[in-house]
Design a protein around this ligand. Sequence first.
Ligand SMILES: Cc1ncc(COP(=O)(O)O)c(C=O)c1O
Length: 419
Amino acid sequence: MEKGSETEKWKFQGNKGLNSSAVSVRGVYNMLMDTINNNQNNKTVIPLCRVDPTDNPLFRTTSVAHQAVAEAVQSYNFNCYPPTVGLPAAKRAIAKYLSSDLPYQLSPEDIFLTVGGTQAIDIILPVLARPGANILLPRPGYPQYDSRAASCLLEVRYFDLLPQRRWEVDLDSIEALTDENTVAMVLINPSNPCGNVFTHQHLKKVAETAKKLGICIIADEVYAHVAFGSNPFVPIGVFSSIVPVITIGSLSKRWLVPGWRTGWIATCDPHKIFQITGIVKNIISYLEITADPLSFMQAAIPQILEKTKPEFHLKNMNIMKEAADIFYDVCKEIPCLTCPHKPEGAMSAMVEINFAHVKGIIDDVDFCDKLAKEESVILLPGVTVGLKNWLRISLAVDPSDLEEGLSRLKAFSLRHETR
Ligand SMILES: Cc1ncc(COP(=O)(O)O)c(C=O)c1O
């Protein structure tokens, strides 16, 4: 038998269950890039699909962060494996940083260092999974939760975020979805993909609902403080005396360094319910068998959190606000697209396709495919984040790219308009 030929019999093959590209942002991005490469139309590619703040050249992290990392590397003190739960100084600094927004103090023992927000999700879902358990996810949401839940056999049930009510949680549906096997609900605030920031009042209602149902809250606050509208960012940990909260955080967005892969899990739980129920023990057990965030990144955290100047954050929020204004104004000029709510947080927005105003397009995927072919603009089909026939647009791009992308989107939409 010829080596490597198809006739050769091997006992192994790729796990088909792992083929999750149909639901991942990267999978869709790659697919649309292929579409553009196969249909060259000489237009520069404008990717408004993934949300990477470094796509905007105005977004550069603070020199404080660069210095902190450089010093940690140059010290030679952080070439070691880090402790399982994270470097004590980093844990102390994160506890202090998060506590400044809370009515009580977190302790360093409440903090666990992770490889970005992504690994925090990857850890917390299997920690909560048990045979027959289910978890409530927002729709639209962040697809990493769906993929991770599938891989740890955690059943997913979706509750709606209501566009006509500024993307608030449909609290009635939460009650209807919950049974004795429901363990947690996920809330992303500020919201990717919707671009809203939940009010203090609404978060309190969410906490009270979760308490009534006996489930904990996973608060995805990877976009914490990325809020540039009228609602200030409030961490739901503020209500952790009502319901225990597992907060997921990251340097990726607020410090504009998604490639540094540094995040955390914080258990906001003054009544120690996560200790009693064994969740904390399980998080530590999981950390013992998984990769750690880089030692020198952990070492840089205290300086990054403590020395970053407020002006750095303020400047970035002004840039995001301007992007949201540009986006919202152009959107109003496109009859087939409706943005129910001007973005005021995170770095993306959702728009609904109104099929009464377009012809020859069957759904959101078809819309994105034709837009990519004709205009080399890449948007994320809403189905990827759980909302068919909507589109997600990233606002974290070069302002001139955003304007050009929106102008091509408008031209495309008018060309396909029903007359
Ligand atoms: C809602 C949400 N959660 C988690 C993550 C993952 O965070 P990180 O990039 O720090 O891994 C992202 C990244 O885009 C996100 O949007």
